[in-house]
Ligand binder design. Structure first.
Ligand code: 5GP
Length: 212
């Protein structure tokens, strides 16, 4: 392993945006570009939808199993959404961070807030803004799978999500996908250089003196 991946502490990259601002695409590009990043897979009590795969899209649990895991402290955070429970499994995150790998979380502002509260020193949060609300609406319309009524609802939800932008460490405006991606990569690079994450540094500096 290269020096900078050895004895480092990973971080939790929490990415939020309104739907249609490019978060899914940017997250996918980032994961494909960097083997040190792993996407956190949530657990849920809701049944799988067509095409969803257990362990890839979600870890699908019965209500009883979810309750047992909650009681055992297995979730970093959890929430009830429309009658189903969703939670972030703790063990994969702790294992990754301890190994110097970073975890990516694709969550809304409430999930971001809960993760920040559970691990304030490990969370790096990024909010992706659309260049304009009309651009967002065009992107939602171009997906062409929703009725005008559903698009109106999604726009209202998007505006509510955007209202939380100031809670994030970094804010990107997705004018251009490649430019926004380059900015996201820069954030990851800079965050890896933060002193508390480079846990090997004191030994390295001791070595500098010892070799004097
Ligand atoms: P869906 O059932 O459509 O996949 O997700 C419904 C909602 O659950 C979304 O708003 C999503 O952000 C939220 N959600 C998914 N996973 C988690 C999680 O691990 N924690 C929290 N708090 N919310 C989640």
């Amino acid at each position: 392993m290269s020096n900078d991946a050895f004895l480092t502490r990973g971080f939790m990259l929490v990415i939020s945006s309104p739907s249609g601002a490019g978060k899914t695409t940017l997250t996918r590009m980032l994961l494909e570009s960097d083997a040190r990043l792993t996407l956190s897979v949530s657990a849920t009590t809701r049944p799988p939808r067509a095409g969803e795969i257990d362990g890839r899209d979600y870890v699908f649990l019965s209500a009883e199993a979810f309750t047992a895991q909650q009681a055992a402290g297995a979730f970093l955070e959890w929430a009830n959404v429309f009658g189903n429970r969703y939670g972030t499994p703790r063990a994969p995150v702790e294992e990754a961070l301890g190994d110097g790998r970073d975890m990516v979380f694709d969550v809304d502002w409430q999930g971001a807030r809960a993760l920040r509260a559970s691990a304030p020193d490990d969370v790096v949060s990024v909010f992706i803004l659309p260049p304009s609300l009309s651009a967002l609406q065009h992107r939602l319309e171009r997906r062409a799978k929703d009725s005008p009524e559903v698009i109106r609802e999604r726009m209202a939800k998007a505006e509510a999500e955007i209202s939380h932008w100031a809670e994030y460490d970094y804010v990107l405006i997705n004018h251009d996908l490649d430019a926004a991606f380059a900015q996201l990569v820069s954030i990851v690079k800079a965050e890896r250089l933060r002193r508390p994450r480079q846990t090997w540094l004191s030994a390295f500096v001791d070595g500098l003196y010892a070799a004097r």
